[in-house]
Design a binder for this molecule. Structure first.
Ligand code: UD1
Ligand code: UDP
Length: 361
């Protein structure tokens, strides 16, 4: 099979790392980077650390409004697809890069394989939800990471094209999360200088459009960190850099370590060693679950229902008192409960594409 894979954002590099290695054992892969994430520590560092093959094309498209970004990407991806004439287009998740690639391919009658299909938050103001719904409806093969994703497909008449393969984020976590030891991590502080990881710490990430429209949400999250019994490490997504620095300076928050984004090996190691986790990231919620760490998610919708059991992951509004209250709730971890597969989803993804090869044209 000849497969064109399109990636563009940090979570997609992680998933592509494990799938690409498996795919290339038997098939030809052409890797396209849209350019959506472009800073060294948001992109190239992941390719280096996870040994992802160098992209065959980098379209250099980033920023702008959703429509500007998606539209420009469609034009660039269409050119690549017309030239390469692949048997499959392979896409991951729910970013603008995912939707642009799927739409360009579907219009050229190239079968689309969507990894992380069926995930729904049931909130259409969430930009990723629109990307997920549209991508699933124009895809040929819908690969769900969990049973709940597969069940969601039934409500939209999609299940006959769906297969449960497990979560490649789980494969990646198993493969990469023990590569570094915490003592060897040096944090690059956003304001300049470096710091070692404190012996006890909380891990925070926050980048969603829902929490970054105004100052007040991040301000509440920072206030919560002041009320905790240990420092909080927050690798700041570029979307929030200026705001995070400004708020820390204005309010002199002393317990939060604002750092540059970290690579995946560092992030996974921080997850494993953190006391507890506060996030709005879809990936980090699952990684907290993989590591058995208590997680509080600052969103008003559920991304991964499988994690919302036994106090393991709880939603909170961006309110300092509520965040602290939820963090204090006990969790119960049952190691036999493994809803994200067996760590071999990359093999199952490639097998599913082989089995459905030719069927979608
Ligand atoms: C995107 C995804 C989101 C995902 C996140 C992963 C969409 C709609 N959103 O959000 O689902 O959770 O990636 O991290 O696709 N920027 C930089 N340097 C970079 C990357 C971004 O400075 O390397 C800045 C740009 O100014 C850009 C802003 O961050 O305008 C937001 O980036 P964008 O790719 O639009 O969205 P994310 O918030 O990263
Ligand atoms: N991540 C990382 N460095 C960071 C912050 C996050 O490597 O500084 C990893 C994190 O471990 C997770 C992935 O990036 O696996 C998820 O990406 P992100 O949170 O940006 O997007 P989402 O999952 O919300 O789409």
């Amino acid at each position: 099979m000849k497969v064109v894979t399109v990636v563009g954002a940090r979570p997609q590099f992680i998933k592509a790392a494990v799938v690409s290695h498996e795919l290339r054992k038997r098939h030809q892969e052409i890797l396209v980077h849209t350019g959506q994430h472009y800073d060294y520590n948001m992109s190239e560092q992941f390719f280096e650390e996870l040994e992802i093959p160098t992209p065959d094309y980098n379209l250099g498209i980033s920023g702008g409004t959703h429509a500007q970004m998606t539209g420009k990407m469609m034009i660039g991806i269409e050119e690549v697809l017309m030239k390469e004439q692949p048997d499959w287009l392979l896409v991951y998740g729910d970013t603008n890069s995912t939707l642009a690639a799927a739409l360009a391919a579907a219009k050229l009658h190239i079968p689309v394989c969507h990894v992380e299909a069926g995930a729904r938050v049931h909130n259409r103001t969430n930009p990723e939800e629109l990307n997920r719904i549209c991508t699933d409806h124009i895809s040929t093969l819908l690969l769900a990471s969990t049973l709940s994703g597969y069940e969601e497909m039934a409500y939209e008449g999609l299940q006959d094209r769906g297969v449960v393969v497990g979560d490649p984020m789980y494969d990646a976590f198993l493969e990469y999360s023990s590569k570094l030891s915490i003592q060897n991590i040096t944090l690059k502080l956003l304001a300049g200088g470096e710091a070692k990881v404190p012996p006890v710490f909380y891990y925070l990430t926050c980048h969603r459009e829902e929490n970054t429209r105004e100052d007040k949400d991040l301000l509440e999250i920072f206030k919560a960190t002041e009320m905790l019994d240990a420092p909080t490490i927050y690798p700041v997504h570029p979307r929030n850099k200026a705001r995070a620095l400004r708020l820390q300076e204005a309010y002199q928050f002393g317990k939060i370590l604002l750092t540059e984004p970290v690579g995946y090996l560092e992030s996974a190691c921080l997850v494993k060693n953190a006391k507890k986790i506060v996030t709005d990231s879809g990936g980090l919620q699952r990684e907290a679950f993989f590591a058995g760490k208590k997680c509080v998610t600052i969103l008003d919708f559920v991304c991964w229902p499988e994690t919302m059991v036994s106090g393991r992951n709880e939603l909170s509004s961006p309110n300092a008192e509520e965040i602290i209250k939820k963090l204090e709730h006990e969790q119960f971890v049952d190691d036999t409960y493994q809803p994200f597969g067996d760590g071999h989803s990359a093999v199952k993804i490639v097998e599913a594409m082989e089995q459905h090869y030719g069927g979608g044209k």
